[in-house]
Design a protein around this ligand. Structure first.
Ligand SMILES: Cc1cc2nc3c(=O)[nH]c(=O)nc-3n(C[C@H](O)[C@H](O)[C@H](O)COP(=O)(O)OP(=O)(O)OC[C@H]3O[C@@H](n4cnc5c(N)ncnc54)[C@H](O)[C@@H]3O)c2cc1C
Length: 370
C-alpha cells in the first residue's frame, strides 16, 4: 500500500482538525433530526463539494482518494453531516456536471460547489430499490420538453434541495433529467423516520405532470442505465470511506473508555478479554483502510465495479462489527444516549444499505469472475 501524497495528507489533516474542532462537539444534535446547515456551509468553505470537479467550475480537481479521506474524517465526527455532504460532493452534482450543459453549470453546479444550492439524486422508487431497471417514473417527450410523472422515495436532502437528478423511463429505456425544486408539480413528501442518520433528511418526492425542458436531459435519451453504471461504483467507493470513518470513531471511543472504566480494581482495558476485542477492532480498521484507500486509488486509474462493490461490502460489514464490539466494551454505557457509541451502531447500518445492499454488492463482485 503506497503512502499518501503530500496533497492527500494535507486534505486528511485539514478535515481531521475540522472534525475534532467543530463536528464532534456538534454531533449530539443528531437526536434533533435537523440537518446541520451551519456545518454543511463550513464543509463547503473547506472545498469539499468541489473536490472532484475542475477548477474552471470552482472545484479543485482532487482525486477520489482525497475525497474519501475527507469523507472518512467527516463521518468520524457525524455520519448525518458526512452523508449529506457527500450527496452534494458527488451524487447530487455529478450528473449535472456530466450533462455538459453550460447553463446548468452556471445556474446550479457552480452555486452547489460553493454550498449555496443543494442537489440530490433520485433513483429509488417504492417498487424499484435494488432493481433499478424497474423504475416506473415516466418522462414523455412533448416538443422541446418532457413531462414527468411518478414517485421516488428515500431521497436524501430532498426537503432542502434546490434541484433533483431524476432517473425516469423514456419508452423502454431509462433517461436522466435535472429538475429544479420550484418546478410546478414537484412535491417533496413526508420525511421518513429512521433508525440512524436522523439529521440526514430522507423523503419521498412526487412528480405530477412536471414539465422539464429537453435541455435539462443529461446526455442522450436512453443513456440513463449508462449513468447508473457510472455513478453506482463511485457511490459504493465513497460509502466505504464513510463506514470506515464511523468504525474509527467507535474504536477510539471504546479504547478511551477501556482506560477510564474500572472494575475489579483496575481499568477494564487491562482484562485480556477486552484487549482481544480492541485488537480485533484495530485489525478490522487496518484491513478496511487498505481496501477503501486502494479502491479509491483504482477508481481514478482503472475503475472497476467489482472493486467498488468490495470496498463498500467489506468496509460496511467490518464497521458494523467494530461498532457492535465498541458497544460491548461500553456495556450499559454503549446502550446509553449519553455516549456516542449507540449512535455509531445505529448510523453505520445506513452504510450497509445506501447505494446497494450487501447481497447486491456480492452479485456485482461475482460478475467480475463469471
Ligand atoms: C438512509 C438512506 C438514504 C438513501 N438515500 C437515497 C437517495 O438519496 N437516493 C436514492 O435514489 N436512494 C436512496 N436510498 C435508497 C437505497 O439506495 C435503497 O434502499 C437500496 O438500494 C435498497 O433498496 P430497497 O431498500 O428497496 O431494498 P430491496 O431491493 O427491496 O431489497 C430487500 C432485500 O432483498 C434483497 N434482494 C433484492 N434483490 C435481490 C437479488 N436479486 N438477489 C439477492 N437478494 C436480493 C436485498 O439484498 C435486501 O436484503 C437511501 C436509503 C437509505 C436507507
Amino acid at each position: 500500500m503506497s503512502a499518501l501524497t503530500p496533497e492527500q495528507a494535507a486534505v486528511q489533516r485539514t478535515f481531521a482538525a475540522f472534525c475534532d474542532r467543530e463536528v464532534v462537539p456538534a454531533a449530539a444534535r443528531d437526536a434533533d433530526g435537523v440537518f446541520p446547515l451551519d456545518l454543511f456551509k463550513k464543509v463547503g468553505e473547506l472545498g469539499f463539494f468541489g473536490m472532484r470537479y475542475p477548477p474552471s467550475l470552482g472545484g479543485s480537481g482532487a482525486d477520489t482518494l482525497s475525497l474519501c479521506l475527507a469523507a472518512e474524517e467527516l463521518a468520524r465526527g457525524w455520519l448525518s453531516l458526512a452523508a449529506g455532504s457527500m450527496m452534494q460532493a458527488l451524487m447530487g452534482t455529478w450528473l449535472v456536471y456530466r450533462s455538459g450543459n453550460a447553463a446548468l453549470h452556471e445556474r446550479l453546479l457552480k452555486p452547489a460547489l460553493r454550498g449555496e444550492k443543494l442537489g440530490t439524486i433520485c433513483m429509488t422508487e417504492p417498487d424499484a430499490g435494488s432493481d433499478l431497471k424497474a423504475i416506473s417514473t415516466r418522462a414523455v417527450r412533448d416538443g422541446d420538453s418532457y413531462t414527468l410523472n411518478g414517485k421516488k422515495t428515500w431521497i436524501t436532502n430532498a426537503s432542502n434541495a434546490d434541484f433533483f437528478t431524476v432517473f425516469a423511463r423514456t419508452g423502454s429505456t431509462l433517461s436522466t433529467f435535472v429538475v429544479e425544486a420550484k418546478t410546478p408539480g414537484l412535491v417533496v413528501g413526508r420525511p421518513i423516520g429512521k433508525m440512524g442518520v436522523r439529521s440526514s433528511p430522507t423523503s419521498e418526492v412526487f412528480f405530477e405532470d412536471v414539465r422539464v425542458p429537453a435541455s435539462q436531459r443529461v446526455g442522450e435519451e436512453g443513456q440513463g442505465s449508462d449513468y447508473l453504471a457510472e455513478i453506482l461504483p463511485q457511490i459504493r467507493t465513497v460509502t466505504g470511506a464513510l463506514a470506515l470513518g464511523v468504525a474509527r470513531a467507535a474504536f477510539d471511543a471504546a479504547r478511551l473508555y477501556s482506560t477510564q472504566r474500572k472494575q475489579f480494581g483496575k481499568p477494564i482495558g487491562e482484562f485480556q478479554a477486552v484487549k482481544l476485542k480492541l485488537a480485533d477492532m484495530a485489525t478490522e480498521i487496518f484491513a478496511s483502510t487498505q481496501v477503501v484507500h486502494e479502491a479509491a486509488r483504482l477508481a481514478d486509474v482503472s475503475p472497476s465495479p467489482g472493486a467498488a462493490a468490495m470496498c463498500k461490502s467489506f468496509a460496511s460489514e467490518s464497521a458494523l462489527r467494530v461498532c457492535d464490539d465498541a458497544a460491548r466494551v461500553l456495556a450499559s454505557y454503549g446502550y446509553s444516549t449519553d455516549y456516542p457509541v449507540e449512535r455509531y451502531l445505529r448510523d453505520v447500518r445506513f452504510t450497509l444499505i445506501g447505494g446497494g445492499t450487501p447481497e447486491i454488492l456480492k452479485l456485482a463482485i461475482a460478475k467480475e469472475f463469471q
